[in-house]
Design a protein around this ligand. Structure first.
Ligand code: AMP
Ligand code: MG
Length: 348
């Protein structure tokens, strides 16, 4: 299959959106930018179309898709029961990086929900995404547009690395603004539960709906406690080289990383280092990538996946990363970094 690349970096092409919408209506696949990461879209109400997403990504069939809408009114058709919390949260955070899990209606096929009775819904804050959703019929199932297990794409080039020749179209809207997937909150129980941390923090949700819990499966080291979002149990975002997070007092972290990279270099191999701007000048014997500034946590989120992908091309034998406990997005950044590292942490 030839994958058409539509360039909309400078401005939205109405003709391009019309063609992309037509592909979705015909049951095809279109990758598109959102404010979080690039999504791989299909008509969410067409079981055969959403099944194509799983095949293109190599995604396990029990890992449900998020349904993207462009109008609040659209939510009625896909949910059985709209809770007052859903209204409050959507008023506060939509369009934006918040996904809500609600009881599904019969209109949503089980291929889209991975067999679950619930549906995950989000309204993205991106003009291209919203125009495409409208042109494609109003309901677009879209997981991140990467091959399963690889880092999520934050540029159209990342999408092409994984999906060229596999899907009908990629809309290039330039680099995304946030860089990490949406916060997922489950509203099917009395107290809302965060199933995946993201840009919208527990505290921000709490200010709108009162008590909000974190899914036990996210916090527990015990593998028998399963996360409630099926996708969170899989190893994600894994770079080819083993990745270790080095945690502890800042000066000691630097010394430890320098010691480890020196050992690697003595063995004739090249180590990679992921560091904040404030400390990236202090590493030697290594290929150093600056992820962003500790004072501007969004810059850290924006560059994480691109750096993990870049290290695959740089052929390093091992990667050491500083840890980034930033105020708002710290939980989300560390959740993704920990998953990429397969929870390998070196404490100093
Ligand atoms: P992605 O679109 O690649 O960010 O992945 C979607 C995430 O949403 C995965 O972790 C899914 O397991 C999760 N998800 C989607 N639908 C549901 C649902 N109905 N209940 C719980 N988690 C869901
Ligand atoms: Mg994903």
């Amino acid at each position: 299959m030839e994958t058409v690349i539509e360039n909309m970096r400078e401005s939205i092409s109405e003709e391009g959106i019309r063609r992309a919408g037509e592909i979705l209506r015909q049951g095809g696949l279109v990758a598109f930018p959102t404010e979080t990461v690039y999504g791989l879209g299909a008509n969410a109400l067409d079981p055969e179309a959403s099944a194509k997403i799983y095949r293109a990504k190599g995604r396990p069939s029990d890992n449900p898709l998020i349904v993207h809408i462009a109008e609040w009114e659209a939510i009625g058709k896909i949910t059985e029961e709209l809770t007052p919390q859903a209204k409050l949260l959507s008023d506060a955070f939509w369009p934006g990086p918040l996904t809500m899990v609600l009881k599904k209606s019969d209109a949503v096929p089980y291929t889209t929900t991975g067999g679950l009775q619930t549906v995950a819904v989000r309204m993205p804050d991106n003009a291209i995404a919203c125009a495409l959703i409208r042109a494609g019929g109003g309901y677009v199932a879209a997981p991140s547009a990467n091959t399963s297990g690889r880092p999520s794409p934050t540029t159209a080039q990342h999408v092409a690395e994984d999906m060229d020749g596999v899907i009908d179209m990629i809309i290039d809207g330039g680099p995304v603004s946030i860089g990490l997937e949406s916060t997922i909150v489950d509203l099917t129980e009395e107290v809302p539960v965060i199933l995946r941390p993201g840009f919208i923090s527990q505290e921000m949700l709490g200010r709108v709906v009162g008590e909000v819990r974190m899914d036990r499966g996210l916090l527990s080291e015990d593998p028998s406690v399963r996360p409630k979002a099926p996708g969170m149990k899989y190893r994600h975002y894994a770079p080819k080289a083993p990745l270790f997070i080095v945690e502890g007092e800042r000066q000691r972290v630097q010394e430890k990383i320098n010691e480890l990279t020196a050992e690697e270099s003595l063995k004739g191999r090249k180590a990679g280092v992921i560091a904040a701007k404030e400390t990236s000048g202090s590493y030697f014997h290594a290929v150093v990538r600056t992820i962003g500034s500790r004072d501007q946590e969004l810059t850290i989120a924006q560059h994480l996946y691109a750096i993990l992908r870049e290290f695959d091309h740089l052929e390093v034998s091992v990667i050491y990363s500083e840890s980034f406990e930033t105020p708002q997005m710290g939980a989300a950044i560390m959740n993704r970094l920990m998953k990429a590292a397969g929870h390998q942490v070196i404490e100093v």
